[in-house]
Write a protein that binds this ligand. Sequence first.
Ligand SMILES: O=C(O)COP(=O)(O)O
Ligand SMILES: [Mg+2]
Length: 221
Amino acid sequence: MNAHSSSRYTAAIVDLDGTMVDTLGDFQVALNAAMADLGLDRVGREFIEHTVGKGSEHLVRQTLAAVGASESRFAEAFDRYQHHYDRINGKYADVYDGVIEGLVRLQAAGLALACLTNKPVAFAKALLEMKGLAPFFSMVSGGDSFERKKPDPLPVVRTCEALGSEPSRTLVVGDSVNDATAARAAGCPVVLVRYGYNHGQPVAEVDCDGTVDRLDAIDLH
Ligand SMILES: O=C(O)COP(=O)(O)O
Ligand SMILES: [Mg+2]
């Protein structure tokens, strides 16, 4: 334990979509408004739940493929998607039960907190502000903050460096295999929430150090 911490961890890196905020409604509204602008079909909630987590470009590419549209429409689709997402960001999204309580506990245990998401950083910052979560985080990074996104370890390694926290004492909290893979490769312990997206797969099947039903149920000792 260090002087400021009552935990074996000195910091935590927390994912956003599917971990702190249920944003499927935002994704669905923005994506389908973009598809409508392009004269394309809509996609359903389940498709989005299975596809989200690897960043906006991936989501838009997979959506075009799912509705049978040409890849050549990507630039136009991505532009419309970002336009609509910016307009509705947070309107159809809810903070999960236990998140505020969990962040309060992490902070009270002396951990430095960073939010690391594959969402574009501007959308992430605006969403955290809107939902009252921004004050917990000394650092917020998105899918466009580093050269590579999760599941690559780079964003996790860089976040540990910026926080001045050893990877082995930096807990990654996420909802998907992308978070777990990035954390493992960076040398960080990782706990996953069971209620998130994870491409529609149970997190029990993912290599991680534990799973929880609520963010305030994480064992910090
Ligand atoms: O793909 C996304 O935008 C969602 O990203 P996150 O789960 O890393 O927050
Ligand atoms: Mg997530």
